[in-house]
Design a protein around this ligand. Sequence first.
Ligand code: PLP
Length: 454
Amino acid sequence: VSGIEEYRKKTPASFEFSKVSRNVMPGGVTANIKFFEPYPVIMKKGKGAYLTDLDGNEYVDYLLSYGALMTGHGHPKVMEAIRNQMEEEGTLLFGTPHHLEVEMGKKIQQLYPGMERLRYTNSGTEATLLSIRMAYAFTEKYKIAKFEGHYHGGYNQVLLSVNPPLNEAGPAKNPNSIVESKGVEPYNIEHTIILPFNDLEATTEILTKHKDEIAAVILEPVQGGFIPAEQDFMEGLRAVTKKLGILLIFDEVKTGFRLGLGGAQKVYGVTPDITALGKVVGGGFPVGIVGGSKEIMDISAPTAASDVFDNSQSKRSGAKDVLFHSGTYNGHPTILAAGLATIEVLEQEIDNVFETANQLKSGIRELFLQKGINVQTIGMGSIFNFIITEKEKIQSYRDLQESEFGLRKDIDYHLLARGIYNKPLNRYSLATVHGEKEVDRTLNALKKTLNSLF
Ligand code: PLP
């Protein structure tokens, strides 16, 4: 029986829900990535490493809200911090600067020394968006370069060549810029230049050719959270961008805290000009943080003359010298309280998460090996993926396309039916609440699945 059929049998209530939700939201979901065939499972309760769905099935959660939850569901210390902040301060929101903005900011400055000054946003998407505007403002150039296969959020400048069809993607060393969504203005194709990940020579060639137009290179240091940049590639990219007068933006929305408290930049020993953070640092709430050198970030420092909303000045001047950045909810106190509590827990327990991830990875390799199937568990720190492939090394989006997606997907549905939660084909994210018990349960489900298939 196929994995999808097993999944259907276990989740009739989610199916019934999907019939209703489709009449409310397009596709029944409020984010395209939350959809999968034939309908997504609907959860109703979370505790620690576990989720319970509408049918009462219990799952070990490895999606963790696309990596956002690194202390699992309802961690007592995080919940306490949220409650305390709301109760002690008597409000959710002041609309003024707040002590937690500075407290979190100091913590970030310690962990990410390149983030000398920072600003808060409401999502990872907004964080990369602001990073790019910062780069435009600083360099006074108005194109960006991104890598094929890298995701930086759902807006028009970066929704290109994230998952391009290979027959349209052009040469590996000089990829085409492919629009990924309806509604993206075609001029973005010209303004977003696509680079080949982990290919320093080809990347250097493209950057050199366009150096006078490109404000910044933006990348995920670990693509999708699981395909790491090679160390030499990372160092080379830092050197070449510096030499060409192009800024380097690390999108650490996924890798921040998950690769280590100091993110990928600490692991690689490479400091970008601008960093975008998100996910984990919001403790389960929406957040983004953008930081960089004082010189770059201070472009957004307001002056009286730059106040866009101050109509009192008959001759407003100075706005054009300042980068405008705003947001009603930026630096939301409850979110920062949850984020700070999350970091505190991680400071004590992050090594355990890495240890558990390693145990799970080696268990998965062992089970596939027993069946004579080639599998690679790739990724660092608390995120990894297992790729069924004959290839020796996965270094890019195109390498990944050569893997056995069909088999992997079938396995994923079987795992869903056996109480292991992830979106099919998704990477695995771990949290402080995963331990031996969850690893055993997961490997047991995988073992049964592989035995049923082979
Ligand atoms: N950048 C990366 C690397 C991401 O993984 C994501 C989300 O998955 C984003 C940016 C966008 O973040 P958000 O979903 O918070 O807008």
